[in-house]
Design a protein around this ligand. Structure first.
Ligand code: SAH
Length: 349
């Protein structure tokens, strides 16, 4: 069965023509699907057409199975996919709007030593429509429409490595940005990668002006290899050069993510090395104190030590901030998402 949301409107029109459905019906159906409505509830589509469509297509591939609400109002969703697999997504509430953190793969094969998403390896990559469906479903859940969206910003920072699912992720970006669809501005979208250098360069050439975020976590190759297996393939120098290339192409300031792990990457020497590596081009460093993952032994850098680290960086003229942790109490913070049923009993559905 095909997923309707994998296609853009023009492709759905073509697809429907093959089964003798006129263009206006394609538009009607697409309009429903973008609001997260399944075939049975498409009230202005006749029953015969609905039955035909149900046989051939999936309308909304990601539905909310369970929802957890954090003390800080962050919501974590467990999305159940049409094939029974599950993925997690997080909606964070900021002054400027709501940011949805979406998954791009079920599980992950990057193997970062401090992250929960990779514990069971990669199950499979998500299709463009399965990624889009997370946005549509979360938007509808919060009373949003196509024109008045409740999901204003999107970060591709859930489970999975976006550039390990390159073609589908690029198609998702095109789909979600399209005026026929949700029309989310690229500037309101951030894509995070652990540093797949060839894809970073290929992506830069597309000149899609999203915010590129790079998970660095150590400026020292040998240390980085210990916590991120991908560092055996691409060096810090290659990543920095790809980041500069991205900036030259898009003129978008690159963001580096740096998870502070006690005793691993939080010394004065680390700060000095970071300052060296980040010198000379437009970037910003996001420091995040490690969020706990029960299967992992790493601990977060203590709060006062993190503040000291930030101060050292500022003195070395590095643009940096410590990121607020959201949704930790519902295991909804960075690196805590997994492809599993929610363990917490405090579910609302
Ligand atoms: N695979 C992509 C997308 C994941 S984004 C990437 O690596 O960038 C999730 C971010 O959270 C990444 O920066 C990741 O390194 C970070 N992260 C993973 N585990 C974490 C943890 N336990 N605490 C804090 N951040 C973590």
């Amino acid at each position: 069965m095909k997923i309707l949301l994998d296609m853009n409107l023009a492709e759905i029109v073509e697809e429907f023509a093959l089964i003798n459905l006129p263009k206006y019906k394609a538009k009607q159906v697409y309009n429903w699907v973008l609001r997260g409505v399944d075939f049975d509830e498409m009230t202005d589509v006749d029953k015969k057409t609905r039955a035909l469509l149900k046989e051939k297509y999936i309308a909304v591939p990601a539905k909310i199975h369970t929802k957890l609400v954090s003390k800080d109002k962050t919501q974590k969703y467990l999305f159940k996919l049409h094939d029974g697999n599950v993925i997690e997504g997080v909606l964070m509430n900021y002054k400027y709007g709501n940011t949805l953190c979406v998954s791009t793969q079920i599980g992950c094969r990057m193997g970062c030593k401090f992250c929960a998403s990779t514990l069971n390896g990669l199950v499979r990559s998500l299709t463009p429509g399965e990624i889009l469906s997370q946005v549509i479903t979360a938007n509808a859940e919060n009373g949003g429409t196509i024109d008045k969206r409740q999901v204003t910003n999107i970060v591709l920072m859930g489970s999975g490595e976006p550039f390990d699912n390159y073609d589908n992720v690029v198609k998702f970006l095109n789909l979600v940005n399209s005026e026929d669809s949700l029309n989310v501005s690229y500037r309101n979208i951030s894509l995070s990668t652990c540093g797949l250098v060839p894809e970073m360069k290929k992506f830069a050439d597309l000149e899609i002006p999203v915010n590129l975020t790079i998970s660095l976590h150590s400026p020292v190759n040998e240390r980085r290899k210990e916590i991120m297996p991908i560092a055996n393939k691409y060096s810090v120098e290659e990543i920095i050069s790809a980041a500069k290339y991205y900036f030259d192409k898009t003129k978008r300031r690159v963001i580096f993510e740096y998870t502070l792990i006690e005793g691993q990457n939080d010394t004065r020497k680390d700060a000095e090395n970071l300052a060296k590596v980040l010198r000379g081009f437009s970037n910003h460093l996001n420091l995040i104190r490690l969020n706990p993952v029960k299967e992992r032994s790493f601990r977060a850098t203590k709060n006062d030590k993190a503040q000291e680290f930030l101060k050292m960086l500022e003195e070395m003229n590095v643009s940096a901030t410590i990121r607020r942790q959201m949704g930790v109490d519902i295991n909804g913070a960075c690196g805590q998402l997994r492809n599993n049923y929610l363990e917490n009993e405090n579910t609302t559905r």
